[in-house]
Design a protein around this ligand. Structure first.
Ligand SMILES: [Zn+2]
Length: 225
C-alpha cells in the first residue's frame, strides 16, 4: 500500500480511506464530494521509492517533478467502483483526471489501474494482467526509440483486450501474446475499444490520438498526446 485515497462526505463528518485496488461500496460513494474522488499529487516518497529502478530508471530524462501521481476511481466489468493509481506527465495530468472522471461517470469498464512497478515495470506482464498504465521509461515496442510512455504522455487502456498488432514481412507480432484472441475486432469482447465509443471519445476530445487508427502498426490500447 503506497498511497490512500481519502474520501470525505459532503458534510465532512465522515472520512474514509481506500488504497489502490480497493472496491469502494456505492453506498459510501453516494455520500461523497466528487472533487475528493479524483486527485493529483506530486509523486509521494513511497511511490517514488517503488518506481526507482523499475519504471523510473537512472537514464530517465524526466525529473520526478515532471511527473504526477493520480488517484482515481474506475468501474470494473462487474460495475464496482475501484480505486486506481497512475503516474503521468504533469502536462497531461488535468486531462487524464477529466477523462477518468468522465469514464467513471459513464460506467465505462476498466479492469485494473495499478502502477506498472508492481509488475517490475515489465510491460508484457502488466498488459497480460489487463492493467491500465501510463508512465514507464522504456523504448517503443519493437524499437530502440523512446516511447511516449517513457515521457508519461501515453496511456494503455485494458491492454489484454486491446492488443498491439503488427504485420511486417510475413510476420505477425501481438503484444501481449495473451491478447491474440482479441485481434479479431468483430467479436465485441468486454473492454474492447472502438472508434466512437465512450473511451475513444473521451480521449479524442482532450486532444489525444488513438493507436487503433495507425497504419504501420495497430495499437488498440494506446492513446497519446
Ligand atoms: Zn501504449
Amino acid at each position: 500500500m503506497v498511497a490512500l485515497l481519502t474520501l470525505l462526505s459532503c458534510s465532512q463528518r465522515h472520512q474514509y480511506s481506500f488504497a489502490p485496488g480497493d472496491v469502494v461500496p456505492d453506498n459510501v460513494l453516494d455520500t461523497m464530494d466528487i472533487n475528493t474522488r479524483f486527485v493529483c499529487l506530486e509523486i509521494p516518497d513511497t511511490v517514488f521509492d517503488l518506481m526507482c529502478g523499475r519504471s523510473y530508471k537512472d537514464d530517465c530524462i524526466l525529473s520526478r517533478s515532471d511527473l504526477r501521481y493520480l488517484l482515481i476511481l474506475h468501474r470494473n466489468l462487474e460495475g464496482k467502483a475501484v480505486v486506481g493509481e497512475m503516474v503521468v506527465n504533469k502536462e497531461i495530468a488535468a486531462d487524464v483526471l477529466d477523462i477518468m472522471e468522465e469514464l467513471f461517470l459513464k460506467s465505462y469498464p476498466i479492469e485494473r489501474v495499478r502502477l506498472i512497478d508492481y509488475y517490475d515495470a515489465d510491460d508484457e506482464k502488466s498488459m497480460a494482467a489487463n492493467n491500465t498504465t501510463c508512465f514507464n521509461w522504456r523504448p517503443k515496442s519493437g524499437s530502440t526509440q523512446i516511447s511516449k510512455h517513457a515521457l508519461g504522455l501515453a496511456i494503455d487502456i485494458n491492454p489484454l483486450y486491446n492488443p498491439y498488432y503488427k504485420f511486417f514481412e510475413g510476420t505477425e507480432t501481438v503484444r501481449p501474446i495473451e491478447g491474440t484472441p482479441y485481434i479479431d475486432r468483430l467479436s465485441g469482447y468486454p473492454y474492447q475499444i472502438e472508434e466512437g465509443d465512450d473511451c475513444y471519445n473521451a480521449f479524442i476530445s482532450h486532444g489525444f490520438t488513438w493507436g487503433g487508427s495507425w497504419r504501420s502498426v495497430t495499437d488498440y490500447q494506446h492513446f497519446e498526446k
